[in-house]
Design a binder for this molecule. Structure first.
Ligand SMILES: O=C(O)CCC(=O)C1=CC=C[C@@H](O)[C@@H]1C(=O)O
Ligand SMILES: [Mg+2]
Length: 326
């Protein structure tokens, strides 16, 4: 069931939360929050995403607010720390925000940086985590196949759990996966799932060993859970850099997945310098509880987006709701 626009606007609030560390080119995270019969939910496609891409995000937000979740199979979710492409000198301080996570995802292939920067950053993470820590890297599709092969060679001795979206396209992922198989480094697909016309194509092509699954871009808990089941590959449930409310949607998704072999990328509230709740979903001993989040009226007020940005989000909500109900 899709609620009327007036039902969404009845509780809608737009916030702009500062990030503690610049991440994927932004310094603050905007989100539209609203409440339904099941509780608070979030609509926060990145600003540059078009309305068509944003419809899945709205379907997800509505689903979490209006529909009960499928049965929850666990009450706590193991999560990783997420390290933006910061300088070596900043690594320890950023990781400290996540408490004691045994797994770290490191952003690599940042525009303007070199492979040497990536190697130095991953070396520093390995030094901090020790030999038993798990390190995965995420290139956001920035390498071509040769660059990816070269980079994975350079990083492999640091013991990688997997490489997320090393290249942009499914055929490239299939090729790099073949080329690095002998090194025992698995390939994960992220953008090839969440931004693809067919999120199952990458699995069908045998181009990935595991999938990164995000609730909002994949249309919500039920829809994302179906993709995991049909793909038949291990899944890493991750955030879209949401507020703690969107993170709670991701945690509920993670709680419905029969097998979780990997720590989930849901620790990213630690990258925010402020949140909408006094009890943000920050990892403790590498775990997050599966619970709903209610925003604090004072924090909604304090972090309210500007009038101009609020109008922009309201207009976007109207257009995307129109597209969703068309
Ligand atoms: O997976 C994680 O550890 C956290 C989530 C995360 O890295 C991302 C969230 C949102 C946008 C993306 O650029 C980024 C990703 O590519 O996985
Ligand atoms: Mg990714």
């Amino acid at each position: 069931m899709i609620p009327q626009l007036s039902d969404l606007f009845a509780t809608a609030r737009v916030v702009s939360l500062p990030l503690a560390t610049r991440f994927r080119g932004i310094d603050s995270r905007e989100a539209l929050l609203f409440r339904g019969p099941e509780g608070w939910s979030e609509f926060s496609p990145f600003a540059e995403y078009d309305d068509t891409e944003a419809t899945a995000w709205l379907a997800a937000g509505i689903d979490f607010a209006w529909n009960p979740t499928p049965p929850l199979l666990r009450s706590s979710i193991p999560v990783n720390a997420t390290l933006p492409a910061v300088a070596v000198a900043e690594v320890a301080a950023v990781l400290a925000r996540f408490g004691s996570c045994r797994t770290v995802k490191v952003k690599v292939a940042e525009p303007g940086q070199s492979l040497a920067d990536d190697v130095a950053r991953v070396e520093e993470v390995r030094r901090i985590l020790g030999p038993e820590g798990r390190i995965r890297v995420d290139a956001n599709g920035a390498w071509n196949v040769d660059e990816a092969e070269h980079a994975i060679h350079a990083l492999a001795s640091l013991d990688l759990e997997y490489v997320e979206q090393p290249c942009a396209t499914v055929p490239e992922l299939a090729e790099i996966r073949e080329r690095v198989k002998y090194m025992g480094v698995p390939i994960a697909a992220d953008e090839s799932v969440r931004r693809a016309v067919d999120p199952l194509a990458v699995a069908r092509a045998g181009a990935a060993d595991l999938l990164v699954i995000k609730a909002q871009p994949l249309g919500g808990i039920v829809s994302a859970g179906r993709i995991v089941a049909e793909a038949g590959l291990p899944a890493v449930i991750s955030s879209a850099l949401d507020t703690s409310i969107g993170i709670s949607m991701g945690l509920h998704l993670a709680a419905t997945i029969p097998r979780l072999d990997y720590d989930c990328g849901l620790g990213t509230a630690a990258l925010l310098a402020a949140d909408v709740t006094d009890e943000p979903l920050l990892p403790v001993d590498g775990e997050l509880p599966v619970r709903r989040v209610t925003p604090s009226p004072a924090l909604l007020e304090l972090h309210a987006a500007s009038a101009e940005r609020t109008s922009w989000w309201y207009a976007r909500l109207i257009r995307v709701w129109d597209e969703l109900t068309a």
